[in-house]
Design a protein around this ligand. Structure first.
Ligand SMILES: N[C@@H](CCC[C@H](N)C(=O)O)C(=O)O
Length: 319
C-alpha cells in the first residue's frame, strides 16, 4: 500500500504525520502500531520518534492520535500537537482550532514566530493531575510532589504529574545530569516494574537562570528524544511549584533540539500550560509500506531557518 506522509518536528522531536481526514487507508489498530514500529525504526529509510495520525473528529476541528516508535499509543504529545495543529490549521484555512486527543480536546493557535521565519504554534496542555492514580504510580499516598521515592532512588526529589500523559521529573545538578542516572532510572520504570506499570516519561531539569530551564527527557515508548513537549510543560510547572519560576510568566525551555516557551496558568484548583514552539516540516513522501521504500520525496526548505534557532539555543546552553 502507498501512504503519503509529512516528516515534521517540534524541537527536533520528529514525527511522521499521516493524514486520514480525506483518505481512508483502512488501518486496523494492529496496523497503526505495526506501522509505528516499521516506519519509525531509525535503521529504516524514514525513522522518527512517533507517528501522528490525523483524523476527522465529530466534536473538534480534527483529531490526533500519537503512536510511539515502539508501537504503543500515548494519550498526548505536545510537540506532535503543534505539528498536527499546524497541519489542520493550514488545511482548514484557520489560525486557531480545537484538536481532539485521547483524553481532551485541546486548543492549538498560530503564534508570532518564536524565531524569525519559524512557523510557531501554541498548544494548551491540560488536564493536569497530581493524583498518582492518573499516571498510574503505585505508591501508598495520593500525590508525589517534590518528594523522595526511595523505592526508585535515594538521591533525587521527584514530582509525578499527568498532563495527561505520565511524567516523573526531578531538578538535578550538573554531576547528576552528566551521569548515567537518568538512563538507569528510566529503563527501570519503563521495563516490567511495580511502581509505574504503564511506564513513565522521565525528565531531568536544570535551572539555568531566571525564567530559563533546560530539560532532557527519556520518553516512554521511545528512549531519549531531542525534546518532549509535555515534559517541558510539566517541568515548567515543577519549577513554578518550587518558586524558581512564576505562573503567567514566559519560561524559556531549552532542550537538545532547540527551545520552546512555556507559560503556566494557575486557576483555583487546576493548571494549564501553554507550550509555544516551532512546527517544522522537513519533507513529504510517498511510502510503499510493503517494503518501507520511499517512492517520492519532496523537501521543504524550513529546516535551514530552524538551524538558526538551534544555534541560538546552543549558545545559551554553552554560556
Ligand atoms: N514527545 C511527546 C510525548 C510522546 C508520548 C510519550 N512518549 C508517552 O508515551 O507519553 C511530547 O512532545 O509530549
Amino acid at each position: 500500500m502507498m501512504i503519503e506522509l509529512i516528516k515534521c518536528h517540534g524541537s527536533g522531536n520528529d514525527f511522521l504525520l499521516i493524514d486520514e481526514m480525506d483518505r481512508d487507508y483502512g488501518f486496523t489498530e494492529e496496523r497503526r502500531a505495526e506501522l509505528a514500529k516499521q516506519l519509525c525504526d531509525r535503521d529504516s529509510s524514514l525513522g522518527a520518534d512517533g507517528i501522528l495520525y490525523i483524523l476527522n473528529s465529530e466534536k473538534a476541528d480534527g483529531r490526533m492520535r500519537v503512536f510511539n516508535s515502539d508501537g504503543s499509543e500515548a494519550s498526548m504529545c505536545g510537540n506532535g500537537l503543534r505539528c498536527a495543529g499546524r497541519y489542520i490549521c493550514e488545511k482548514l484555512g484557520l489560525e486557531e482550532i480545537i484538536v481532539e486527543t485521547m483524553k481532551a480536546d485541546l486548543q492549538v493557535k498560530k503564534e508570532e514566530d518564536i524565531f524569525p521565519g519559524i512557523p510557531t504554534y501554541l498548544v494548551g496542555i491540560s488536564p493536569v493531575s497530581f493524583q498518582v492514580r492518573d499516571l498510574p504510580l503505585v505508591i501508598d499516598q495520593e500525590t508525589l510532589i517534590q518528594e523522595r521515592l526511595p523505592q526508585l532512588n535515594d538521591e533525587l526529589v521527584f514530582t509525578a504529574v499527568a498532563v495527561p500523559n505520565p511524567h516523573l521529573a526531578a531538578i538535578v545538578n550538573d554531576s547528576q545530569l552528566d551521569s548515567s542516572l537518568q538512563k538507569e532510572l528510566s529503563e527501570k520504570v519503563n521495563g516490567p516494574n511495580k511502581l509505574f506499570p504503564d511506564g513513565v516519561n522521565v525528565s531531568f531539569i536544570k535551572v539555568l537562570g531566571k525564567n530559563q530551564i533546560y530539560v532532557r527527557t527519556f520518553e516512554r515508548g521511545v528512549g531519549f528524544t531531542n525534546a518532549c513537549g509535555t515534559a517541558m510543560s510539566a517541568s515548567s510547572l515543577v519549577t513554578c511549584l518550587i518558586g524558581e519560576n512564576q505562573a503567567e510568566e514566559n519560561i524559556s525551555v531549552f532542550n537538545n533540539g532547540g527551545m520552546v516557551r512555556c507559560v503556566v496558568h494557575k486557576y483555583e484548583d487546576s493548571y494549564k500550560i501553554d507550550l509555544i514552539g516551532n512546527a517544522t516540516y522537513l519533507y513529504k513522501a510517498s511510502i510503499d509500506t510493503e517494503n518501507g521504500f520511499v517512492m517520492e520525496k519532496e523537501e521543504y526548505s524550513e529546516q535551514e531557518l530552524y538551524r538558526k534557532l538551534q544555534e541560538h539555543a546552543q549558545s545559551v546552553l554553552n554560556k
